[in-house]
Ligand binder design. Structure first.
Ligand SMILES: Cc1cc2nc3c(=O)[nH]c(=O)nc-3n(C[C@H](O)[C@H](O)[C@H](O)COP(=O)(O)O)c2cc1C
Length: 311
């Protein structure tokens, strides 16, 4: 392959210069990463989940290391939608693609918040966090019940005309029906997966390591699970999928594209290397060149199968 590779993709109606986004809650409100990474080098970023009012998270300890990953029980600590729109968005350079993440405790909260965010000309799309694994009210309830999820997406859809993405929970037995109800309710795209519900124990103190007891596991430890769910969801729906979960290198990102993702998000690895997303974007381009793809978009679903999958 000698000519230039086209890196641009379209995800949920949002044009991206490349398929690399950063994951909600691991990239602040974007500007924190400015000293490390030109945000115009990546497709865009998803901000920390926002609520209508500012919100404190759980008491510490609320993060802990685990093999090949971390547990967190931050909860949705955030500055609230007003401060995001008035202070954080204007601080970003022109040309940065912003996807705003919404969290609420009932569908009306989500709908009001999503409408306010999607009305901003600086917001390219909204991602509904229907999957926080450690918030009692909201989040996980919607992500685990297909009827509740469908109602939530419908309600938000009625208030949002721009790109609407739903972030799904991995804490379900079957992911395909959850993806299907999002499509039926009018979502433009799906992000998966959020962190996997988990816990860890300190045997010396005989206490859970997290004050909240339960947390969400993220990082390379969860990548094969995320990959499996992206694969299953991409076969169940026609709307595009954004793959997230343990991506630490360009090769990891390519695996998600091959399994059907149109775009990917870089999460926990941002804490290890704040330049990771830029390096992953460059590495995907190099992979496409090396393998004779003229468009990065053609990697989506390009997995070679010798036999039909078992399920
Ligand atoms: C500290 C931390 C905070 C997070 N906060 C949010 C959040 O506010 N909203 C959300 O949708 N996901 C949140 N997530 C989940 C990530 O966006 C991502 O879905 C998950 O960590 C899996 O990807 P990873 O293994 O690459 O980190 C958070 C993850 C971590 C580690």
């Amino acid at each position: 392959m000698s000519g230039p590779v086209e890196t641009a993709v379209e995800f949920a109606g949002i044009p991206l210069r490349n398929p690399v986004l950063t994951a909600s809650g691991t990239f602040g409100y974007g500007s924190e990463f400015g000293p490390f990474l030109d945000l115009r080098r990546i497709g865009g970023f998803v901000g920390k989940s926002l609520t209508l009012e500012p919100r404190f998270g759980n008491p510490p300890p609320r993060i802990a290391e685990s093999p090949a990953g971390m547990l967190n029980a931050i909860s949705i600590e955030n500055i609230g939608v007003d401060a995001f729109l008035e202070e954080k968005l204007p601080a970003l350079p022109e040309g940065v693609v912003v996807i705003a993440s919404c969290f609420g405790t009932d569908p009306d909260d989500y709908a009001r918040l999503a409408a306010r965010l999607s009305d901003s000309p600086r917001v390219s799309g909204v991602e509904i966090n229907a999957s926080c694994p450690h918030v009692k009210s909201g989040g996980i309830e919607f992500g685990q019940d297909p009827e509740l999820l469908k109602d939530l997406v419908r309600r938000v859809r009625e208030h949002v005309s721009g790109p609407l993405i739903v972030k799904l929970s991995p804490n379900v037995t079957r992911i395909a029906p959850m993806a299907e109800v999002c499509q039926e309710a009018g979502a433009d795209g799906i992000t998966l997966i959020n962190a996997i519900q988990s816990m860890e124990v300190d045997v010396e103190t005989r206490r859970p390591v997290l004050a909240n007891v339960l947390g969400g596991l993220s990082g390379p430890a969860i990548r094969p699970i995320a990959l499996r769910m992206v694969w299953q969801a991409s076969r169940a729906v026609d709307i595009p999928i954004c793959g997230v979960g343990g991506i630490a290198s360009a090769e990891d990102a390519v695996k998600f594209l091959l399994c059907g993702a149109t775009a990917i998000q870089v999460g926990t690895i941002n804490y290890v290397n704040p330049m990771a997303a830029g390096e992953i974007a460059d590495g995907i381009l190099a992979y496409a060149q090396r393998h004779g793809f003229s468009r990065v978009a053609d990697l989506t679903g390009a997995l070679e199968l010798d036999r039909a999958p078992v399920s």
